[in-house]
Design a protein around this ligand. Structure first.
Ligand code: PBG
Length: 332
C-alpha cells in the first residue's frame, strides 16, 4: 500500500496544475463543420430534429461560411439537397449540382478554407440508397439491394465532379466494396492525384443517423443500409474494412458514429498510422441539444467532455455539428 505517500489529488489542486498535467487538449484546428446546402433562394430553414443546424440556399450561405472562417475552423463538410432526384443520383455528379456550386462559391470566398465533399448518392437518388439498386416487388412491397460495382462508376463520377468544382478533400461515405480504389483511380486519371481521400472506412448501420436523414432527405425508401454499412456489434470487421482502405490508397480513415464506438476509434488508432477522423453524428448532436433545451444538462460542459473523449480515444480530427459552438467556447 503506497497511500498516503502517493496522493493523486496533489495534481488536481488548482486549475493551473490541472492544466499542466492535462493529457488531451481540444483544438479548433481539429474540427470540421458540416453544412447542408439546398436549392432555391432565400432559404435558411432550421432542421426540426437538429436545433441550430440549417438548410441554406446558395444565396444565404455566405454569412454561415463567414462565421465558420472567422472562428478559425479549418474545414467544412458539404451535403446537398438537390432539386431533382432519379434512380442513379445524377444530380450528385452534375457539374452544376448543388454541392459543386456551393464548393465553387466557398472556394471563391475563402480559398484557404478546406472544402470536404461527402461522396455518396443517397441524397440524390429517388430510392434513398447510396448507389444503384435492383428491385423486385412482392405483394406490393419493394425489395432490393445496392449493386456494388455499377455504383462505383457513379460514385467515381461524383468524386471527380466534386474535385473539378474545387473540393480539397473527397470523403466517400457510401460503404461499397472497393470505393477507395475506384475513386482514387478516377481522381488520378482526371488530374486530381493531389486530392486526398478521407474514407468513411468504418461506418456502422446506425440509428444515430436518424436526424441526418431528415436533414438530407435521404432515408431509404425500401429496406435499410445493413447490406453495406457495418453491424454495430463488430470490431474485428472494422480492422478488415480499414485494412482494405489503406491498401486501396486512403489518406485518412474515419470511424462513424463516435460516441457509442470509442473502442473502435481506439482500436483503429492503435493499428493504423493514418490520420483518424471521428464523426460525431446527427443523433449524438440531437440528444445533447434536446436535453440542453430542457435544461437537464450543461450543454457546453457535456459537449466539450464528449469531444475530449473522442480525441482521448484516438481521433485526430472530429466532424461535429458543434464545431462552431466548441470553437467559440474554446476561445473563451
Ligand atoms: C451519407 C451519409 C450519412 C451520414 C453522413 N453521410 C447518412 C447515412 O449513411 O444514412 C450521416 C451523418 C449524420 O448522421 O450526422 N451516406
Amino acid at each position: 500500500m503506497s497511500f498516503p505517500i502517493t496522493r493523486h489529488r496533489r495534481l488536481r489542486g488548482t486549475a493551473g496544475i490541472r492544466g499542466m498535467v492535462r493529457e488531451t487538449i481540444l483544438n479548433t484546428l481539429d474540427f470540421i463543420q458540416p453544412i447542408f446546402v439546398t436549392y432555391g433562394t432565400g432559404v435558411k430553414n432550421e432542421i426540426g430534429s437538429m436545433p441550430g443546424v440549417y438548410h441554406f440556399s446558395l444565396d444565404m450561405l455566405k454569412a454561415e461560411v463567414d462565421e465558420i472562417a472567422a472562428l478559425g475552423i479549418p474545414a467544412v463538410l458539404l451535403f446537398g439537397i438537390p432539386e431533382t432526384k432519379d434512380a442513379i443520383g445524377s444530380s450528385g455528379f452534375a457539374d452544376d449540382g448543388i454541392v459543386q456550386e456551393a464548393t465553387r462559391l466557398i472556394k471563391q470566398w475563402y480559398p484557404e478554407l478546406l472544402v470536404v465533399a461527402d461522396t455518396c448518392l443517397c441524397e440524390f437518388t429517388d430510392h434513398g440508397h447510396c448507389g444503384m439498386v435492383h428491385t423486385h416487388t412482392v405483394d406490393g412491397v419493394v425489395h432490393g439491394d445496392v449493386i456494388n460495382d455499377a455504383s462505383l462508376e457513379l460514385l467515381t463520377r461524383t468524386a471527380v465532379s466534386q474535385a473539378k468544382a474545387g473540393a480539397d478533400i473527397i470523403a466517400p461515405s457510401n460503404m461499397m466494396d472497393g470505393f477507395v480504389q475506384a475513386i482514387r483511380t478516377g481522381l488520378d486519371e482526371n488530374g486530381f492525384e493531389h486530392v486526398p481521400i478521407m474514407s468513411y472506412s468504418v461506418k456502422y448501420a446506425s440509428a444515430f443517423y436518424g436526424p441526418f436523414r431528415e436533414a438530407a432527405d435521404s432515408a431509404p425508401q425500401f429496406g435499410n443500409r445493413k447490406t453495406y454499412q457495418m453491424d454495430p456489434a463488430n470490431l474485428r470487421e472494422a480492422i478488415r474494412e480499414a485494412d482494405s482502405d489503406v491498401l486501396e490508397g486512403a489518406d485518412m480513415l474515419m470511424v462513424k458514429p463516435a460516441l457509442a464506438y470509442l473502442d473502435v476509434i481506439r482500436t483503429i488508432r492503435d493499428q493504423f498510422d493514418l490520420p483518424l477522423v471521428a464523426y460525431n453524428v446527427s443523433g449524438e448532436y440531437s440528444m445533447v441539444k434536446a436535453a440542453a433545451l430542457q435544461g437537464w444538462i450543461d450543454e457546453q460542459a457535456v459537449v466539450l467532455e464528449m469531444l475530449t473523449g473522442m480525441k482521448r480515444a484516438g481521433a485526430d480530427i472530429i466532424i461535429t455539428y458543434f464545431a462552431k459552438d466548441a470553437a467559440r467556447w474554446l476561445q473563451g
